[in-house]
Design a protein around this ligand. Sequence first.
Ligand code: ATP
Length: 365
Amino acid sequence: MASVSLESIKRKFNNVTAIEDITFNIPDGEFWVLVGPSGCGKSTILRTIAGLETATSGKLYIGDKLMNNVPARQRDVAMVFQNYALYPHMTVAENIAFGLRMRKVDPKVVQERVMTVARSLALEHLLERKPKQLSGGQQQRVALGRAIARQPQVFLLDEPLSNLDAQLRDDTRAELKELHLNLGITTVYVTHDQVEAMTLADQIVVLNRGRIQQIGEPQEIYAKPANRMVATFVGSPPMNILPAKYVAGGFDVDGQVLPVSGDMQGKLHLREGQGFDLGVRPESISINEPRRREGREGEFAELVVEVKVVEPLGRETLIRAVLPGSGVVVNVQAGADVRPRPGDRLVLDVDLSKLFVFDTATGDR
Ligand code: ATP
């Protein structure tokens, strides 16, 4: 096993800068997830670590060895892609064994390794099948098995679950997590699915337009997003962004004033008249219930909205509403028993301790 370190890695394709100034250090054995919207540079970073791309500048280390000029096959990394190209003419067992056979590993060791891997991925009963006789999920597990069998220093996974249906994706995600706990191999995992990022990662790296926005533990990224991009990317349904103007003692949202604490007023001193983007997560908003607020009046602010769409999900109800003046959408996660109707006027309680304030121009919190 080994650590993976990137120091100011940059990759340009002609005049397009795919990634810029990428610096992070993954300690030995940790599971790191790279997330971000399409085109943000996730795959380019992964391919650079794998040796399938060459950095335009910067340094890449695996362990304490500088890897910039080391060919891919000598890096001792295993990569699993979204489209897990298995060898169609080989059985599952042969596919898993392939990398080891290429390395001239003793056939007895190969046999044992294949069995161990097959057991850990529940593939034992499929070992004699060919890939086309397998489901998508089974094929993906074989691709993972082929990578695991080699016992690489580093695992690189590029959206390995994205071709699976929802149920299978959940199951395989849990299996991956267990596998990592058992094997402890340093892993870099690329996804645009923030549930995968939240559930799998020791640390999440959020990227946008080729640059790192924030690195942190999942809960930290969720609770303390560095900027609007991170805040809206992580969380489902995403954080609401309400354009507001700071007026004496509060934020004017759509003509309704949300009062702010003395503490916040201090921070916003002299910013009267300035525009801000307020961030509030759907679960930090509730349907107005005066009883709950008794004795805690300063902690909530009322916001009046008009209901557009109501989605009962069993465990909870998602309400899509708009601010009447501007039509800005407000998503609310309410209890399962709450069933307003489209067109209803609703009074919401916004939990002021959960309010994020972003600079409208820079997006910084
Ligand atoms: P996705 O989630 O859509 O796979 P990504 O975050 O993995 O996206 P990359 O594939 O790393 O993004 O691409 C980053 C940027 O670099 C994009 O703007 C892409 O168009 C550009 N890019 C990637 N590879 C090349 C290439 N070979 N030639 C030119 N531009 C490229």
